[in-house]
Design a protein. Structure first.
Length: 379
């Protein structure tokens, strides 16, 4: 059963700005009424999971999560730094990320699109503008459950304190857009991290492929200090990865470099919610890329070109199609990615500002790269 969460991002929204064309919700999500259904189901949480994160209690301070070498704020060198090739846009925040897998334990990559991480796995992601503001923490517990937490850095930069479960809607933060920064609620963490095949989003075959996409927006250049797919295999941390992915590192198969980058961008920024295995599967909007599929682009094309839109922003009433080849301004996907009206924007969580670089890429993809309507697209 699903209930709406008190999202840090939406707590102050009272106005209904979204005009749903359908009150029927994708499988598993419940509606309080039509408008909530259409606009706020991105901030629902599975209450079956609620509470799991309270036992054992979360550490009160970041230093107690094991990120640092004891007594310092230096990241323990035994943790592996990594950088996904298609990062999530978070209002231009600068990010650093680390992975810890307990000694002797391994990640099972038998399913290359849904890696299974061992209990004891920990991951951290630091967000900053002028200085570190928040560090997020994900841990797999001994019973197999996952827990999520956010830590907010103190002014001195000596440690970070556990943020409340409901997040912090507005944190004053120098360098952040409009001087404010939002810490997501733990329900929001789960909405994104438990919306697809695996709860870890940036440590995957495609995201850590050494065949990095040179057009990926906001990606860091490949660095020798950061672990990639072969690096995980070489360290003995990853087992059962299909041999072909070592011989031929995964990449988005697409008709052009721009299409590759646009599909990769949507994988990194949209695919954790829009896929065909998670709670939103019945929307039939698949923006994720699967390394196991030989033609990863076909599914995206089928679910965007082949579908009219059920959830359209009010300002785009005449627009009916998810994507119209050649016409970004007539494509609901583009309008929703461009919108920063909290009730219609995509992604619905985690940003105050639209991502101009990502939007320019999607614009080029729709304008120049898509098959003309006469060409048949099949899944
Ligand atoms: C809007 C969706 C979204 C929300 C909300 C969100 N995350 Fe993430 N998170 C992502 C994506 C996508 C990645 C991988 C891409 C990247 O790091 O740029 C990621 C990466 C991470 C990582 C690095 C490990 C990994 O999965 O790649 C951690 C740790 C993390 N998030 C913790 C959290 C915590 C804790 C919260 C809540 C306080 C949270 N996240 C909220 C989407 C989200
Ligand atoms: C945190 C989860 C989440 C993320 C991330 C997300 N979406 Fe959505 N999206 C939703 C939900 C929930 C809906 C259905 C309710 C609504 O329309 O608001 C939706 C609806 C849509 C629709 C309308 C579908 C229809 O048939 O009318 C489009 C188009 C869309 N999203 C595109 C995107 C794009 C593009 C991205 C990435 C830039 C993205 N979304 C990221 C949750 C998400």
């Amino acid at each position: 059963m699903l209930v709406p969460s008190r999202s840090a991002h939406r707590s102050d929204i009272t106005d209904a700005d979204c005009a749903p064309q359908s009150a029927a919700l994708p499988g598993g999500w419940i509606a309080l009424h039509g408008i909530v259904a259409a606009c706020a189901i991105g901030v629902c949480v599975d209450i079956a999971h609620a509470g799991a994160e309270d036992s054992p209690p979360l550490p009160q301070r970041l230093s107690e999560t094991g990120l640092f070498s004891p007594g310092t704020t230096q990241v323990d060198p035994k943790h592996l730094s990594f950088s996904p090739q298609y990062p999530l846009w978070s209002d231009g925040a600068i990010k650093r990320r680390w992975l810890h897998v307990p000694p002797g334990a391994t990640i099972d990559a038998s399913n290359p699109d849904a890696w299974v991480f061992p209990p004891g796995t920990r991951l951290w992601k630091e967000f900053g503008h002028d200085r570190p503001i928040e560090t997020r923490f994900v841990e797999r517990l001994a019973d197999g459950s996952w827990r999520f937490a956010a830590y907010v850095w103190n002014a001195e930069g000596t440690d970070a304190e556990l943020a409340p479960a409901k997040g912090i809607a507005k944190l004053a933060a120098k360098g952040a857009p409009r001087g404010t920064y939002a810490v997501p609620s733990r329900d929001d963490c789960r909405t994104c991290h438990e919306g697809g095949a695996a709860p870890v989003l940036g440590v995957s075959a495609l995201q850590l492929s050494p065949d990095r996409d040179p057009l990926a927006p906001h990606a860091e250049p490949k660095s020798a200090a950061q672990v990639d797919l072969p690096g995980l295999v070489a360290r003995g941390i990853l087992r059962n990865l299909p041999r072909t992915l070592i011989d031929h590192p995964p990449r988005v198969t697409a008709s052009s470099p721009v299409a590759r980058a646009a599909l990769g961008y949507m994988h990194g920024n949209c695919g954790h919610c829009h896929n065909d295995v998670g709670p939103l599967a019945s929307l039939e909007l698949s923006l994720t890329q699967e390394t196991a599929l030989s033609d990863t682009a076909a599914k995206v094309l089928y679910s965007t070109l082949g579908h009219s839109s059920s959830f359209r922003p009010r300002e785009a009433q005449p627009v009916t199609q998810r994507v119209v080849p050649g016409r970004p301004d007539s494509s609901v996907l583009m309008l929703r990615a461009r919108s920063r009206n909290p009730m219609t924007q995509m992604p619905p969580l985690g940003t105050q500002l639209a991502d101009d670089e990502g939007l320019a890429l999607i614009d080029r993809w729709i304008r120049h790269e898509l098959p003309t309507p006469t060409k048949e697209v099949t899944p």
